[in-house]
Ligand binder design. Structure first.
Ligand code: HEM
Length: 419
C-alpha cells in the first residue's frame, strides 16, 4: 500500500484550524493511515493508528532532536540535554532514573499523601467561597505537593503552567513564558548548587537522586541539565491538573458514575480515569526525525525525514475503540499493558522508547482526585460553556471549570478499597 501525497502546497493553516482532528480528518477522507504533506513549509509524513504507532515507537528509530519539534515548542517542552533529547545507551541510562523515581510504590504513596493533604487544606477555603475555578485550584495544589515531594522550595504555579499553556503558540505569550522560565531556572540552579554543596542528606528526594545520578559516561549531570530534569518532573506533574479538570467534567456529564466512584473500588476509579485519558484531548501528537533509512508500506523513509504520529487520532480510532466518542469506562483500559493503541502519553516500552515515564503517577493522581471529588466534598456545576475547542492545543473549557456551593462531606475520603 503506498502512502498518498496530500494535494496543495502547505497545510499549516488547515492544521491550525482543525488542530486535534487535522491528521485523522485527512486519513478518513483518503482511506489511509498515512500521508505525505508539508507543514511550516517542511515535508512531513503524518501517521495514525496502532500499526503506525509501532513503526514510530520502534526503539531508536526516531530522534526528538535536530528540529523534531518546532523550535519554540522544543524550548518550552524539552530542553537541551534533557532525557528526551538523548538516544540509545545515553537515553536508556537517563530514562532509568525517571522510571525509578516515578514508578516505585513509595513515590506514589508519598506524592499522593501530599496531594491529599493539600487538597483537604484547600477544601476548607473553598467552602467559604461562592465559587472556585477548579483547574487553577488544582494547579496550586499540585505545585505545592510536587515541590515538597521533589525537595525544592515552593514555586508559583504560573512558573510551571505557562510552559504548557503556551507550548503550541508563537509570539509574545511565548516570550513571556520563556522569560518566566529563565527566572525559574536561575532559582532552581541555586537550589541544585546548594544541595551539591551540602553533600549527603537524610532520605532520598527526587532532587537528591537527580544531582547524584551518573550518566552512562559515569559523569554527574551539569547544573544546567539537573535543572532541566527537575523541571521535567515539576512541570508535567502540574499538567496532571488538566486531566483532573477533565475527570470532574466527565463526572458532571455522567452523573450516574458519582455514586460508583464514591462507593466503588480503586479498580473502578482506575477504569474511569483511564477512559478520561483516552477520550479528552491533551497531547495531540508527537514528532520525530528518522535516524536511519527504513521501509514501511512500500515507502522508503530516509534519514532526516520528519514524521508526525497522531496520538489523539489513535485513541479515537474506531477500529481500536468502537464508538470512540462514547465515554465508556467499561473498556477496561490500563496503562500497564503498554499497548500501541491506547497511547495518550506515547507508546511502546518506556525503558526503550520516549514513552512518558509519568503514566503511573498521572493515573494514580487522577484516581485520587476522583476519590476526593466524590467522597470528600459535594458541589454544584453552575451553567457554563464546557465545550473543548479542538483547534486549540492543548484545549480547555473557556472558564477552566467553575464549581460552586462546595461543602465538605462529614466522612471525608475513605481508605483505599483495593481492587
Ligand atoms: C499530565 C499528563 C501527561 C501527559 C499528557 C504526558 C504526555 C507525554 C508525551 C506525549 C510524551 C512524549 C512521548 C514521545 O516523545 O514519544 C511524554 C514524555 C515525557 N513525560 Fe509525560 N505526560 C504526562 C505526565 C507526565 C508526568 C507526571 C511526568 C513526570 C513526573 C512526565 C515526564 C515525562 C518525561 C520525562 C518525558 C520524556 C521521556 C523520554 O524522552 O524518554 N510526564 N509525556
Amino acid at each position: 500500500m503506498t502512502i498518498p501525497q496530500l494535494p496543495g502546497f502547505d497545510q499549516t493553516l488547515p492544521f491550525l484550524r482543525e488542530g486535534y482532528g487535522f491528521i485523522s480528518n485527512r486519513c478518513d477522507r483518503l482511506g489511509t493511515d498515512a500521508f505525505h504533506t508539508r507543514l511550516m513549509l517542511r515535508r512531513a509524513t503524518c501517521l495514525r493508528g496502532e500499526e503506525a504507532a509501532r513503526v514510530f515507537y520502534h526503539p531508536d528509530r526516531f530522534t526528538r532532536r535536530r528540529g523534531a519539534m518546532p523550535p519554540t515548542t522544543m524550548r518550552l517542552l524539552q530542553d537541551k540535554g534533557s532525557v528526551q533529547s538523548l538516544e540509545g545507551a545515553a537515553h536508556r541510562q537517563r530514562k532509568a532514573l525517571f522510571l525509578r523515581l516515578l514508578t516505585d510504590d513509595t513515590a506514589e504513596r508519598d506524592f499522593l499523601a501530599l496531594f491529599r493533604e493539600e487538597w483537604l487544606a484547600a477544601l476548607e477555603h473553598w467552602t467559604a467561597r461562592p465559587e472556585i475555578v477548579l483547574h487553577d485550584e488544582v494547579n496550586r495544589i499540585l505545585t505545592r505537593a510536587v515541590c515538597s515531594w521533589v525537595g525544592v522550595p515552593q514555586l508559583e504555579p504560573r512558573e510551571l503552567t505557562s510552559m504548557i499553556e503556551n507550548a503550541g503558540s508563537v509570539g509574545p505569550a511565548v516570550l513571556g513564558a520563556l522569560a518566566r522560565r529563565r527566572r525559574t531556572e536561575a532559582r532552581l540552579r541555586a537550589v541544585v548548587e546548594a544541595a551539591r554543596g551540602a553533600g549527603a542528606a537524610d532520605g532520598e528526594t527526587p532532587l537528591r537522586a537527580i544531582i547524584e545520578h551518573r550518566d552512562h559516561d559515569g559523569e554527574r549531570l551539569s547544573p544546567e541539565v539537573a535543572v532541566v530534569e527537575l523541571l521535567n518532573i515539576l512541570r508535567p506533574v502540574v499538567a496532571i491538573g488538566r486531566y483532573i479538570m477533565f475527570t470532574a467534567m466527565a463526572l458532571h456529564d455522567h452523573p450516574g458514575w458519582r455514586a460508583r466512584l464514591r462507593d466503588g473500588t480503586d479498580r473502578e476509579r482506575q477504569y474511569f480515569v483511564e477512559e478520561v485519558r483516552r477520550l479528552y484531548p491533551f497531547f495531540p501528537l508527537v514528532a520525530g526525525v528518522a535516524k536511519a533509512p527504513f521501509r514501511w508500506r512500500d515507502h522508503g523513509f530516509a534519514a532526516g525525514d520528519w514524521v508526525i504520529l497522531d496520538l489523539y487520532g489513535t485513541t479515537h480510532d474506531p477500529r481500536l475503540f468502537p464508538e470512540p466518542q462514547v465515554f465508556d469506562p467499561g473498556r477496561g483500559l490500563d496503562w500497564r499493558r503498554l499497548d500501541h493503541g491506547f497511547i495518550p502519553q506515547g507508546a511502546g516500552d518506556p525503558e526503550e522508547t520516549h514513552r512518558c515515564p509519568g503514566e503511573r503517577l498521572t493515573v494514580a493522581t487522577m484516581r485520587e482526585a476522583a476519590r476526593l471529588l466524590t467522597q470528600a466534598m459535594s458541589y454544584d456545576v453552575p451553567p457554563q460553556d464546557l465545550s473543548l475547542p479542538l483547534h486549540r492545543m492543548p484545549t480547555r473549557p473557556a472558564r477552566n471549570l467553575i464549581l460552586s456551593n462546595i461543602r465538605r462531606l462529614p466522612a471525608g475520603p475513605a481508605p483505599d478499597t483495593g481492587d
